[in-house]
Design a protein around this ligand. Sequence first.
Ligand code: ATP
Ligand code: MG
Length: 394
Amino acid sequence: MSCLNCCKTAESPSFRVAATTESVKRKMSRGYITFKSLAAAVSMKTGSSKHRQINEQIRRYGEVKNEIRVFTYNEISEAAEKFSSDNLLGEGGFGSVYKGYICDQHVAMKQLNRQGAQGTREFYAEVLMFSLVKHPNLVQLVGYCTEGDHRVLVYEYMANGSLENHLLDLRDGKKPLDWYTRMKIAEGAAIGLDYLHSSADPPVIYRDFKSSNILLDEDFNAKLSDFGLAKIAPNGQGTITSRVMGTFGYCAPEYASGGQLTTKSDVYSFGVVFLEIITGRRVIDTTRDVEEQNLIEWAQPLLKDRKQFSQIADPLLNGEFPARGLFQALAVAAMCLQEEPEKRPDMDDVVSALAILSGSKTEEKEVSGEIVKPSKHVESFRAAESMNQKEQRG
Ligand SMILES: Nc1ncnc2c1ncn2[C@@H]1O[C@H](COP(=O)(O)OP(=O)(O)OP(=O)(O)O)[C@@H](O)[C@H]1O
Ligand SMILES: [Mg+2]
């Protein structure tokens, strides 16, 4: 199939914008908006040529950065070999995901099974969000299909599936991830989150950071997927009061109990996933003894006692990790998991810490004869380390 014949780009999306609703206008005037409410202004009619209106809508919030293609259902169905069960990659809350081949590339196709306006809004939210962001640590949306009642999202194919598959759901004789691969995955995911918080224009709160939403390519590079719940952040900083969405266990306490949403809510969720990466345990695991079912509650006392650290590490690592690296990784997780959001680090600090843990950067390196000082987070680890040592001695 020739790519040129089969695909239109998002220059001509096949949906159109209806008159902006009052509620969307209100949210705009308050300076924040969800992609879902933005999508509420999009009429569900298909086949329209009023693509300029949707592009105008997107441009109110930023620049269109991705050329997203529009596929017919025939093209989608042919590419996924009529959605044969052999091509099934997985199932999520949105629907089933199938492997396919279209426009000279392997793709993953997500078929919406949720009926009604709610599901359709999440679908458009995903398309709009992907129009506004582009980064190597975010999965790319190749295109979508809205023909008739069909709603299909077409993503770049990630050969190693999700982090959850490799960490918490080891099947088919899959080898457990080694320490440095785990650190590299955490680093990639942190870079993706940092991009959304600090570099994306407009800045974005991701809201659904969890191990099943971190996908891995053939070299185990991490990319974030699923933006249906993402929110545009007010200048990247302020607090939004919002209905609690996201996944139980990963939500920050202030968000879960009071709907207070900031970029620091994502930092907390990162801490949860990072602890899953270190321990190989699911945040909520009802198959364990009651006192071990909640990962955070189980880990809290262990995190305070250095002698217990080796008990926290995933037994599947077989003790193959640097002792100092484990300490520093646990220090990062503990900082991200602090109850008070303002005490949590920003994602750029987390990224610098992980660059050292993954080995992509050394702590002190000589660049053209000059010693580069370790960044502030490394100093804060050192402070934490010496505090801990004093505690142990006392
Ligand atoms: N781009 C992709 N490339 C390869 N596999 C993918 C891709 N996207 C999803 N998958 C596979 O499909 C599975 C289901 O993904 P999906 O995002 O629908 O559900 P989920 O993340 O488990 O839950 P949720 O609906 O809450 O996001 C993933 O675990 C992964 O194995
Ligand atoms: Mg997902």
